[in-house]
Write a protein that binds this ligand. Sequence first.
Ligand SMILES: [Zn+2]
Length: 239
Amino acid sequence: MTELLYQTDSYTKEFDANIISVLLAERAVILDRTAFYPGGGGQPCDFGTLTVAGVTYPVAKVKKQGDDVLHFLGGDLSLPSVGSPSRGTLDWARRYELMRTHTALHVLCGTVFRDYGALVTGGDMEPLKGRMDFEFETMRGELVREIEAAVNREAAQSREVRVKILPREEAFQIPDLIRTKINLLPEGIMQVRTVEIVGLDLQADGGTHVHNTNEVGIIRVVDYKSKGAINKRLYIEIE
Ligand SMILES: [Zn+2]
């Protein structure tokens, strides 16, 4: 089982951990704790390096498997052994761009729901770019400009972003969480992580976010597309 450091502190860039398992065929190691985000909820996984006994391996991919996080080591150096102390270092430039992008998408989601009552049906991101699908019947250029102005006003409000881990029962009492389909969470999950942009948006979410919307930057809504009668897709870029 891997302790997920990124869940409680998304700003951890370097960390020490022990290797608890080595998967030779996959060239992957499982650590007892990690700050590497394994991907999920539209946010891609982190990259970086893992240094063990003076040898630095590229971390080429990270994936969650049950309660473990697998770190796939690139290159062809022989793999480290179980029990070795290691130091993980994130590609922080990429991760921080993803944090800004992820928070920007929540600002978008919260603003569009507040102003138009439109629910999100999906989303995806890469560093400084993202898209989000809404249940929205009509979308046109003027509306896109209006949404863009509103999201930038919200981001500029310096709204705090708060992360909490709540018991399932408590989370299910929060009416705002229902609209982000918290009711679809598998029954076995006893704790729910919530990400709140204070005064704007509250979601059950596993991703990494900035502490304050003033870190996001300028949000551009660069395109929009119809994905069926009631689904509209907005594309954003962050400057
Ligand atoms: Zn999210």
